[in-house]
Design a binder for this molecule. Structure first.
Ligand code: NDP
Length: 497
């Protein structure tokens, strides 16, 4: 099916990637094998760099979703995974991480082709996914219970057990790492899993599902239901899921939560953001320019923690923005697989049109827009890095998640004003403070309403660092020890002595 690949793109892919794209059976993966979907719908996988389809997959029907949840339920209830010694689970997950590492270049190329992101970024994504998997493999043998000081007549303990069937709906911006934030702790603690990747980006998740079988994860423990339009809602409506984790827009997060109320399923939500980067005049401004650029141009701004609002001391505003624009002009906009590219296209035509329309609205409302690059001459879904100045606080470009390479700049007069602007959106995912004063860093960090504050750096992720948001950015923390609470249940046992 990969015959439609543009010749120039075909030449950039390894033979293993090309032969995998020709796989005829891409679709639901249930109970350890690929299934013929019980629907006739085929969905094209589009290369965002050319706009051309590169392969297709079969969409899961509601029956396929129900089969996947039933398979995960059986696998959980008969203990084929949850009843294994924790050490055995750890070893299998480490083996899985080794297999992923062995195929890292293949998966990175699939990810770059599918998402449009530069290959160098895709390689970092796969490294992160491997690191998260290894980190939680270690947790399998580290979770302990406690003896509770109940009345002395009793011997009482509190122990942690697997929850049961966990499901995840994952987005297109970081398909494999975000899957791993959910799947790795779920599996480490003995749960079984159903994954619903974004309809835009199924390739790396599908490849990973196959690796799970190769690694010796028992059938039914990891299941995959790709699909579009109704698959996510079918999953959330299915009885038999004990926990659902969602990463995506606030609106869909609300729908997931509403559905979870009917099935009484626990939920964690990592939703959108409109993250501020506060730059004070006492900062190392040279480093801050690079940090602000990394925060917004990485993955073409399609990042939940994109530092999409630069909030800067009015006294350094003009020189900072001029230098930022000048450095941005040196970026190479192009196909994600082309070696010189450091800024790729957006994931889809719809996402590009959404971003362009928000910029057009800002222009119509009187903002100044600096577009820093020519678009490559092809049919890909490109948007040039765009810097918006002169927007009024409260305007949609300054309030709404754009999810594209668009930076809005707002000047501030003093520290209170900076914090007021920073906290002045519905979101609260991430934020950054750039300042040479440790006291100011601490003072401002305390007052920022966000799940993460970075100081004099941006976008630091690590398996040990809990991550999640407040307000419309959702709730629940992924990564670090915080995931133990999400993927285990506490059991109290009381013995009459
Ligand atoms: P959505 O938030 O709409 O998520 C799409 C996913 O959710 C698909 O897998 C879809 O499956 C599923 N879904 C849709 N409706 C429901 C429902 N009622 N119940 C359960 N699952 C459902 O994101 P989009 O991809 O459409 O992107 C829109 C915006 O979301 C972006 O512009 C960006 O602002 C934000 N976003 C934020 C991300 C983040 O990291 N926080 C990541 C990606 C996007 P199906 O197709 O089967 O319905």
């Amino acid at each position: 099916m990969s015959a439609q690949l543009a010749p120039a793109v075909r030449g950039l892919l390894s033979p293993s990637v090309l032969s995998w794209l020709d796989k005829p059976t891409l679709g639901p993966f249930i109970d350890g094998s690929w299934r013929t979907a019980r629907s006739d719908t085929l969905i094209d996988v589009i290369d965002p760099g050319t706009g051309l389809p590169v392969t297709a997959y079969a969409a899961s029907s509601a029956e396929d979703v129900s089969d996947a949840v039933a398979a995960a339920r059986r696998a959980f209830d008969d203990g084929r995974w949850s009843e294994q010694d924790p050490e055995a689970r750890e070893q299998t997950l480490r083996h899985l991480a080794d297999l992923l590492e062995k195929d890292a270049e293949v998966v990175a190329q699939l990810e770059a082709l599918d998402t449009g992101k530069p290959l160098a970024e895709a390689r970092l994504d796969i490294d992160e996914a491997i690191a998260v998997l290894r980190y939680y493999a270690g947790w399998a043998t580290k979770v302990e219970g406690t003896v509770i000081p109940a009345p002395r007549r009793f011997f009482a303990t509190s122990t942690r057990e697997a929850i049961g069937v966990c499901a995840a709906i994952t987005p297109w911006n970081y398909p494999l790492p975000i899957l791993m934030y959910k799947l790795a702790p779920a599996l480490a603690f003995g749960n079984t899993f159903v994954a619903k990747p974004s309809e835009q980006t199924v390739l790396s998740t599908a490849y990973f599902a196959q690796l799970c079988a190769t690694a010796g994860i028992p059938d039914g423990v990891v299941n995959l239901v790709p699909g579009a339009g109704a698959t996510g809602a079918a999953l959330t409506a299915t009885q038999g899921i004990d926990k659902i984790a969602f990463t995506g827009s606030t609106r869909t997060g609300q729908a997931v939560m509403r559905a979870a109320a009917d099935t009484l399923t626990r939920v964690s939500l990592e939703l959108g953001g409109k993250s501020p980067q506060l730059v004070f005049s006492d900062a190392d401004l040279d480093a801050a320019i690079d940090g602000v650029m990394g925060g917004i141009w990485t993955n073409a701004g399609q990042v939940c923690v994109a530092g999409s609002r630069l909030i800067i001391d009015r006294r350094v505003h003009d020189e900072f923005v001029a230098e930022l624009v000048s450095r941005t002009r040196r970026l190479n906009l192009g196909h994600g697989l082309a070696p010189a590219t450091n800024l790729g296209p957006l994931v889809s035509a719809a996402q590009r049109d959404h971003v362009v329309s928000l910029v057009d609205q800002a222009v119509a409302a009187g903002a100044n827009v600096e577009i820093t690059a020519e678009l490559p001459d092809d049919r890909g879904f490109f948007v040039a890095p765009t810097v918006v100045t002169g927007a009024r606080p409260g305007q949609s470009i300054e309030q709404e998640e754009v999810f594209g390479p668009v930076l809005t700049v707002l000047p501030f007069d003093d520290e209170d004003h900076a914090i007021q602007l920073a906290n002045g959106t519905d979101y609260g995912l991430a934020s950054a403070v750039w300042s040479g004063s440790a006291a100011r860093v601490h003072r401002v960090s305390r007052r920022l309403r966000a799940g993460t504050v970075w100081a004099n750096t941006y976008g630091v992720f690590h398996p040990t660092l809990p991550f999640g948001g407040v307000k419309a950015s959702g709730f629940g923390r992924e990564l670090g020890s915080a995931a133990v609470d999400h993927y285990t249940e506490l059991k109290t046992t009381v013995i009459d002595l």
